[in-house]
Design a protein. Structure first.
Length: 368
């Protein structure tokens, strides 16, 4: 269900705020001076940053508004939205939900003549490609510094960060030598029913993981799907977040997840180890796009510029455990142990519906 965010969800770690505050650029100085009166008054009305009620936003002038749909978790969008508000004086109304749900909402609303959403933030770019009819073209000033491989030819979306797919295992249950190190190893009887994996019909990231597996193994599509469905033995989780929960709790021994999520759990003390598949993995970026007919288009474009800026990209690397999409920045990126494949985006989008239909049949059979 799509929700407006709560004040509790928007609570920031102090260190996240320090990072942005220490990155005082000329742009920020100018914006803060220009908007200080608005910021002070607005904080008196709304409290800290983005924790505000829907009715309160109506008091803000239209030229100072931005309506943002996001599938990111609060620890990702929270500090970024808050800093954007601080630097520009623009007030962001955030609605949260799953990527598929939000994109469907945008499409249905546009058909009804409702252009209340200005910007979509979060979700893999394969989802943006599939829904590209809903987006407006915009070319950021940093386009030439962003990795070219996955950029939209028509500038219909802007890349945010890269997200490698990895395996994880519970150190209390699996030894280093016994852990799976390749996609094919997951298909063996050793791991049957012991793999944590979210349902691709519900999770966009799991859909990307399934497609990554197919492209890496490059074998018979039906056979790969059948073998993997058999390895799961009828066990599918409701969300991608449940993968880490189940492996950390020992309910499953291994899992397939995003590097970002795994690193955050390990940083918080989870006894897990990350494995980069030997055959290769993908590091598909997530995106952000201006919605067609956006009422606050200029503000949406400012947000796109902000997420690809030096400060935000460094923040994503240092505090969000995400990989920058900027090629010109000197960042201490943790390189994956395995190789990265050249993910075929057109292939993935073209066969996504067919793959999900086949997957549904296989997993339904596994439940019976």
């Amino acid at each position: 269900m799509m929700n407006r965010k709560s004040t509790e969800e928007n609570t920031l770690e102090k260190k996240q705020g320090h990072f942005f505050r220490q990155s005082l650029t000329p742009f920020r100085a100018v914006c803060i001076l220009a908007a200080v009166a608005v910021v002070i008054a607005a904080f008196a009305v709304f409290g800290q940053g983005t924790g505000r009620n829907a009715g309160d936003l109506e008091e803000i002038p239209e030229e100072k508004k931005l309506v943002l749909f996001t599938s990111h978790k609060p620890d990702v969008y929270g500090p970024i939205v808050r800093e954007f508000e601080s630097r520009t004086g623009i007030w962001v109304d955030v609605r949260t939900g799953g990527t598929t749900e939000l994109l469907e909402n945008i499409e249905e609303s546009r058909k009804k003549g409702d252009f209340s959403c200005d910007l979509m933030f979060g979700g893999g770019i394969e989802s943006y490609e599939a829904a590209k009819e809903n987006f407006e073209c915009y070319r950021t000033q940093k386009k030439e510094e962003i990795i070219s491989r996955y950029q939209s030819r028509e500038d219909l979306w802007t890349l945010f960060t890269r997200l490698p797919i990895v395996f994880i295992y519970n150190n209390k249950l699996v030894g280093k030598e016994d852990a799976p190190h390749s996609w094919k190893e997951l298909f063996t009887d050793d791991w049957r029913g012991r793999i944590a994996f979210a349902d691709p019909a519900r999770s966009g990231s799991s859909c990307t993981m399934l497609e990554t597996m197919l492209q890496v193994l490059d074998g018979d599509e039906d056979q790969v799907l059948k073998d993997f469905a058999g390895a799961l033995d009828g066990s599918l989780l409701e969300s991608s977040g449940a993968v880490l929960e189940d492996v950390a709790a020992g309910r499953k021994m291994v899992g397939i997840t995003l590097e970002e999520t795994a690193r955050k759990w390990i940083d918080r003390g989870a006894d897990l180890t990350i494995v980069y598949p030997e055959e290769g993995t993908s590091a598909l970026p997530d995106g952000c796009a201006v919605v067609k007919g956006a009422r606050h288009r200029k503000n949406a474009e400012l947000f796109l510029e902000f997420i690809v800026s030096d400060d935000t990209q460094r923040f994503a690397e240092e505090y969000l455990c995400r990989r920058s999409i900027r090629e010109d920045l000197e960042l201490q990126t943790r390189e994956p142990g395995g190789k990265l494949i050249r993910f075929d985006l057109e292939l993935a989008v073209g066969r996504q519906k067919r793959i999900l239909e086949k997957w549904a049949v296989l997993t339904d059979e596994g439940k019976n």
